[in-house]
Design a protein around this ligand. Structure first.
Ligand SMILES: Cc1cc2nc3c(=O)[nH]c(=O)nc-3n(C[C@H](O)[C@H](O)[C@H](O)COP(=O)(O)OP(=O)(O)OC[C@H]3O[C@@H](n4cnc5c(N)ncnc54)[C@H](O)[C@@H]3O)c2cc1C
Length: 504
């Protein structure tokens, strides 16, 4: 039995804690915030309740696997609801598109909304995406990456490499398959699921819409935070100890291997294994002593583009919106301008800034647990945003704490929504604004990046920090390490780490 110290109680760390405790290890989870869950947060006031982070669960099978491996079915712990329609889109030309929750019904819906032929274009792309999924799931997503791995080396054959096309961007693949510009916009958006720019992210991200449509879009009744609570409860049932309000200040390294953690206040917790679910950039910059073995990881992190962040409005609304879908996306006229502004490239080279005319995402669960009465709604509104200009990289983001900026930008987002047909300005009971700076403060993700490093660039996935660090006994889980961010992938990182540590 090993003594395991887990840094942070984000979902990746909690899933690792549950698995390691179930394997018989003595696990202590150390979370600096007053509650567990990390980005999977919850805000409640006056009977309104909001998930403040994730609003969409994909690949719930990975959580079924986690729960089955740690003592009982997921469905006993949370109430999963498959969404249909999955998303209601509105394109810049005013065209509405409601994407059904069942993959088989998607081509027909595309034909009906965008014209005959749109469904066939999308189906051909999804067939390719399905082949890519089959090729990459096991050797890439479910395995710890060896040093110097490339997709070409991981693939089994030349034809696998041709299918995955590691040299191609998501935008490039979309342009080859999709003639309707609205379909290309739809595909581009999936780059943002990993915090990336479709013009630089690899084509293999086409597997994101594939798994979303194939395995469904899901909600957790009562709010997605219940998933975090359930994983935390499972870890504790298996014997893990969770300490909130407990910040880790240093990972101790003795004789070249991880030996425990030092907490704020000076307490030392000795451990045989340390699992860090904190942002990998913060781990390597602040928590670990600089050393020769970690130099390569620091260099790779410096060469990566951090993921985008998000600007969030929590809207407590009077009244109900007839026909509103659970998820709504309102697209802008010029999607490229959004990526230029967020990443400080193209027209905004070297100067990221809030997006003037952003894509707006609204999540409005029809769930009594989120509203004070049946004549109210609670909307989570998210737009892509440059990360907060962190101290070490002031030119890499925006100073979201600048006086007045957050309020002015909130008004802008409400105006954009109104222009695109969702005017709720006279229904707002109150509005809470959460900027990338707030996300950084709450979860210690550097600059408030949602997913650690982005997938921008053909080598991005291989520059992302691995699950086994160069320091023996120190492992990484969560969205800023392999295989990346989002609820499904962090469950995989936890499975990989539990396998690497092994049974007691
Ligand atoms: C606005 C928003 C929307 C999102 N939407 C979706 C979505 O719809 N679907 C989806 O799948 N994903 C979504 N995500 C991403 C998803 O939330 C994360 O990938 C997921 O929650 C996993 O996070 P994680 O395991 O990396 O840990 P995190 O949630 O980042 O948690 C890290 C934890 O470590 C703690 N910590 C950090 N440093 C220390 C320290 N030194 N000592 C102690 N504790 C420390 C932090 O306080 C935090 O609790 C969204 C995220 C955001 C912010």
């Amino acid at each position: 039995m090993a003594r395991v110290a887990v840094v942070g109680a984000g979902l990746g760390a909690l899933a690792a804690a549950a698995r390691l405790a179930a394997l018989g290890h003595a696990v202590t989870v150390l979370e600096q915030a007053p509650q567990v869950g990390g980005k999977l947060g919850w805000y409640a006031r006056d009977g309104h309740g909001f998930d403040t982070g994730p609003s969409l669960v994909t690949l719930p099978q990975l959580y079924r696997d986690l729960f089955a491996a740690t003592g009982g079915p997921l469905e006993d712990a949370v109430d999963l609801v498959r969404l249909d329609p999955a998303v209601a889109y509105r394109f810049a030309d005013g065209t509405p598109l409601s994407v059904p929750g069942d993959a088989a019904a998607v081509p027909g819906a595309l034909d009906a909304a965008l014209g005959t032929g749109a469904g066939a274009q999308w189906s051909a792309l999804m067939a390719r995406a399905g082949r890519m999924w089959g090729i990459t799931e096991q050797p890439f997503l479910r395995s710890p990456l060896a040093r110097a791995a490339t997709l070409a080396r991981l693939a089994r054959s030349g034809s696998d490499v041709a299918t995955v096309a590691p040299w191609r961007t998501l935008r490039g693949l979309g342009t080859a398959y999709l003639r309707d510009p609205r379909l290309r916009t739809l595909l581009d958006r999936y780059a943002t699921y990993s915090g990336s720019d479709p013009r630089r992210a690899p084509a293999v991200l086409v597997t994101v819409p594939y798994v979303e449509q194939h395995f469904g879009s899901w909600y957790v009744r009562g709010g997605l935070r219940r998933l975090g609570e359930a994983v935390a409860a499972r870890a504790v049932e298996r014997g893990a100890v969770a300490r909130t309000g407990t910040a880790v200040e240093r990972v101790l390294v003795e004789g070249g291997r991880a030996a425990g953690v030092q907490l704020a206040g000076g307490e030392v917790l000795r451990a045989d294994v340390v699992v860090s679910g904190a942002d990998a950039a913060a781990l390597y910059a602040d928590l670990l002593p600089a050393s020769r073995p970690t130099r390569r990881v620091r260099r790779d992190l410096a060469r990566s583009t951090p993921s985008l962040s998000g600007f969030v409005l929590l809207l407590a609304l009077r009244g109900r919106t007839p026909g509103l879908a659970h998820h709504t996306v309102l697209f802008p006229d010029d999607y490229d301008a959004e990526f230029d502004a967020v990443f400080g490239v193209g027209r905004h080279r070297g100067a990221p800034q809030p997006v003037a005319d952003p894509t707006v995402y609204v999540s409005a669960p029809d769930d009594p647990a989120t509203r004070p009465d049946d004549d109210s709604e609670s909307w989570f509104v998210l737009v892509n945003a440059p990360r907060h200009a962190a101290g070490h990289d002031p030119a890499g983001g925006v100073d979201w704490d600048a006086p007045g900026l957050a309020d002015r930008y909130a008004q802008r987002v409400l105006e954009v929504m109104a222009r695109r047909g969702l005017d709720v300005r006279d229904r707002v009971r109150w509005c809470v604004v959460r900027t990338p700076a707030d996300l950084e403060r709450d979860t210690r993700s550097v600059g408030g990046s949602i997913y650690g490093t982005s997938s921008n660039g053909a080598r991005a996935a291989f520059l992302r920090p691995g699950n086994a660090s160069p320091v023996p006994g120190l492992f990484l889980v969560g969205g800023s390490s392999h295989p990346g961010g989002g609820l499904p992938l962090v469950a995989l990182s936890a499975e990989i780490v539990a396998d690497l540590v092994g049974p007691a």
